[in-house]
Design a binder for this molecule. Structure first.
Ligand SMILES: C[S@@+](CC[C@H](N)C(=O)[O-])C[C@H]1O[C@@H](n2cnc3c(N)ncnc32)[C@H](O)[C@@H]1O
Length: 354
């Protein structure tokens, strides 16, 4: 089978997929498998709440103002946005739509008059009718991808077979890749292997169809396809690691991705050029994005509150101190701060604005 079918089954099989099982695939500190920016603490959502207010104002304060959190996981980002009480919420315009395929994770979504929790975006938002925002934190790296290998005279697609591999139950076999499959890929060195991210590319097109005007904002780790080829290195060994593909479970590496389907998260660095093939995005680092929307101000507030209340040691004091350590994690140039933020303006009147 195609690698994308295999990854789809491993992650999203209705019964056995890593994300679909009760308790499976949850982001989070204590109860989760991996830590995402919203799970670091409420600061990420507080900055995003400020960004939402700025974009809402630029759009002319539409009411309703749909903000779609696509791949919302357990809904932690939504909780932090609501707690920050942005003006778009206080005015009653905000409609937070949490789109999440996993029923187990939807069960954790907050019950709130401004929140809708759905499996598909079409269940809550009619196509093209809205002036709003689509947000996706660490969704694109979790969408199924295929794998191709550059040879001396063309491209081969790697597919999953049931033959025992050196590292477990399944292995990879190479077949000639169809021209449509590899159309648009850049030149990379012979022997290197790269992902083909059609689902992520299609997601951008789908998100664009949902909004009449506004922005699509995707946070994720990624690099250009050429860089991913170097990360994978050259190898004839089908059991060699790919560099840009990782597995996670319980805050640690999971098993070899072909060994134990459904047991762990399978994630690929996002090929930034591939997801922008049809529409170019503005690309910044997460640290730059958070600074643009006021993280430094929120940290200064936290520092002042900590200085005032550390002697009292109450909950407000602890929250203030936590803000400082959250900022450090979110801005870390070797960690979350280096993630990429891709912003696609949709409709004319938002293009070129901050
Ligand atoms: C890595 S988690 C990120 C969760 C959350 N955004 C966060 O940052 O903590 C990716 C989530 O996307 C969900 N997902 C994957 N494909 C999806 C799709 N097509 N529509 C909606 N949710 C999807 C998965 O079930 C999973 O909960």
């Amino acid at each position: 089978m195609a690698v994308s079918e295999y990854v789809e089954a491993c992650l999203y099989d209705p019964d056995d997929g890593f994300y679909m099982r009760a308790g499976g695939g949850r982001a989070g500190g204590h109860s989760g498998h991996f830590l995402t920016a919203p799970e670091v603490g409420p600061l990420f959502g507080a900055v995003l709440a400020r960004a939402l207010d700025r974009w809402w104002a630029e759009l002319g304060e539409p009411d309703p103002f749909p903000v779609i959190d696509w791949g919302a996981g357990p809904g932690t980002l939504a909780r932090s946005i609501l707690a920050a009480e942005p003006a778009c919420m206080v005015s009653g315009a905000l409609r937070l739509v949490l789109v999440e395929v996993s029923p187990a994770q939807r069960a954790s979504h907050p019950g709130h008059p401004s929140v809708a929790s759905v499996a598909r975006v079409s269940d809550a938002v009619p196509e093209g009718a809205s002036a709003g925002v689509v947000v996706a934190n660490e969704l694109l790296d979790n969408l199924p991808f295929d794998v191709v290998c550059r040879t001396a005279d063309g491209w081969e697609e790697l597919r999953v077979t049931v033959e025992d591999g050196a590292r477990g139950r399944f292995s990879l076999v190479a077949v000639p890749a169809s021209p449509e499959f590899v159309a648009g890929l850049p030149e990379v060195a012979a022997g290197t292997r790269v992902p083909v991210q059609r689902a992520a590319r299609n997601w951008v097109a789908e998100a664009r169809r949902v909004l009449g005007r506004g922005r699509i904002v995707a946070f994720d780790y990624g690099a250009e396809t050429r860089v991913l080829a170097e990360r994978a290195g050259r190898s004839d060994d089908p059991a060699a690691g790919l560099g840009w593909l990782r597995t996670h479970r319980d805050h640690d590496d999971g098993s070899w991705w072909l060994a134990d389907p459904g047991s762990c998260d399978i994630t690929a660095d996002v090929a930034l050029d591939q997801v922008q093939a049809e529409h170019r995005a503005e690309v910044t680092t997460q640290a730059e994005f958070l600074r643009r929307y006021g993280i430094d101000e929120l940290v200064a507030e936290g520092r002042a509150a900590w200085a005032e209340r550390s002697g009292i040691g109450d909950l407000d004091a602890l929250r203030a101190r936590s803000r400082l350590s959250e900022a450090e994690a979110l801005l870390d140039p070797n960690g979350l701060g280096a993630f990429r933020v891709l912003v696609w303006p949709v409709g004319d009147d938002t293009a070129g604005h901050g």
